[in-house]
Design a protein around this ligand. Structure first.
Ligand code: MRU
Length: 356
């Protein structure tokens, strides 16, 4: 079982009877943890982004369901399942965009419904399933990392890779999706440097991606979000790899706000743009990205940096969508644990695997 450390980074760790989360709101100032033993506290940790990133919130929610199962006092199966549905609804309501959250909760609830025997046996099976979701995600990230290396462009020098937000170990069970590709490329001796967009408003690139790179000694340059075009124009970027929160059946991919502009800029400079995401991030139930609900967050994320007001205190309106959708036509390939696919081939290649 994973243990807490800053290298390797495991953001969601089960310890005896509780979940230990790396508090991602405090990195890089400090490496601290939050212990969660109640499902309501897990819902709050997801909502306040103590734990964040699509696969990581899926894993956290799976443990949240188990914690909820231990809070339910009845041993009558039907009543137990009804009460568990209420807990599942509370966890589902935390964040709307990342489909991994719903995927993990659905899997836990399916396990609950299909497991026969006593309620105590059901609780134990739920814990086993949460562990499985966590371990599978780690293996999935490693597979994605290795496939990602195979599509890095051949360049006269080692590859300079731009990423947006944090799709690293912190955003998964460990290792990362886009940063998993970075880790594998670094190990394979293919990587020169990572360029990390700072990722306003919450600065996941500046705070988390750069921190993860520092833990592993991977050279990293943080740029502000408006610098990618300049860097590409000057030939400083060979490839873009980002993560995703939800990918529609046609390959349209929702990821952190600003990803779409990076994809447009990459297309204008003939820089290949890849999305690294596990099968659990693909939502074949929606035909295209227009069906993806985009989370809107508190406007304070825009007008404050830390405790400092950076806008006039009144007379200004704000709009703070947390994600955007990159159209499939801008994506060179989607890196999954089963290989790398063109967006238009995704459904034919993977639909059956998800149905299994
Ligand atoms: O709002 P966040 O920090 O949860 O957003 C995270 C992202 O957008 C990541 O890029 C995405 O979840 C992929 S993580 C492997």
């Amino acid at each position: 079982m994973a243990t807490l450390s800053n290298n390797p980074v495991y953001p969601v760790v089960w310890k005896q009877d509780r979940v230990v989360l790396i508090d991602q709101t405090r990195i890089p100032q400090e490496f601290s943890v939050v212990e969660i033993s109640r499902s309501g506290d897990m819902a709050q940790a997801i909502q306040t982004m103590i734990v964040r990133g699509a696969p990581a919130i899926g894993v956290a929610a799976a443990y949240g369901i188990y914690l909820g199962a231990t809070e339910i006092k009845t041993d009558v199966r039907d009543r137990f399942l009804t009460e568990l549905e209420v807990i599942a609804a509370q966890l589902r309501a935390t964040r709307p965009t990342a489909v991994n959250l719903f995927w993990a909760i659905d899997r836990m609830m399916k396990t609950a419904r299909q497991t026969l025997g006593s309620v105590q046996h059901l609780r134990e099976t739920l814990l086993t399933t949460a562990h499985q979701i966590c371990q599978d995600d780690l293996a999935t990230c490693k597979a994605m990392g290795d496939y990602g290396v195979t599509v890095l462009p051949e360049t006269p020098h080692k590859v300079r890779l731009l990423t947006h937000c944090n799709a690293g170990a912190l955003a998964t069970a460990g290792y990362g999706t886009a940063l998993g590709v970075v880790r594998s490329a670094w190990t394979a001796g293919r990587l020169e440097r990572v360029y990390a967009d700072e990722t306003r408003p919450r600065l996941q690139g500046a705070k988390l991606t750069s921190w993860e790179c520092v833990q592993e000694g991977i050279p990293v340059t943080v740029i502000t979000d408006n610098m990618a075009a300049h860097c590409m124009h000057h030939g400083m970027i060979d490839v873009v790899v980002v993560g995703a929160d939800r990918i529609a059946a046609n390959g349209d991919a929702a990821n952190k706000i600003g990803t779409y502009s990076v994809a447009l800029v990459a297309a204008a400079h003939n820089v290949p743009f890849y999305v690294a995401a596990p099968l659990s991030t693909i939502d074949f139930s929606i035909p295209d990205g227009s069906h993806i609900e985009i989370e809107e967050r508190d406007s304070a994320e825009i007008y404050k940096v830390g405790e400092t007001m950076i806008c006039p205190s009144s007379g200004v309106d704000y709009f703070n969508p947390a994600f955007d959708v990159t159209p499939a036509r801008l994506i060179a390939g989607i890196i999954t644990e089963f290989g790398v696919f063109k967006p238009e081939d995704l459904k034919a290649a993977l639909f059956d695997k998800q149905a299994q």
